[in-house]
Write a new protein. Sequence first.
Length: 68
Amino acid sequence: MTLAEYNKRYETLMHSNLPNHEKDLMLSALMTELESAFNIPMQKTPEWEERNRKVIALYRKVSLSRSF
């Protein structure tokens, strides 16, 4: 799946009528998928983030969208 496809999933999820707790679960699952698909390191790595700005931007956007 491409980054654009993950972004579309995020947008669809955010505009859905799902209850917040379900959105939170789905956002967490999306974060896990992003971690796996793009090999996002567990610890903040400036070098990795510099090379993958769009990936980390989406990852942070998803993270900040959770309500818990």
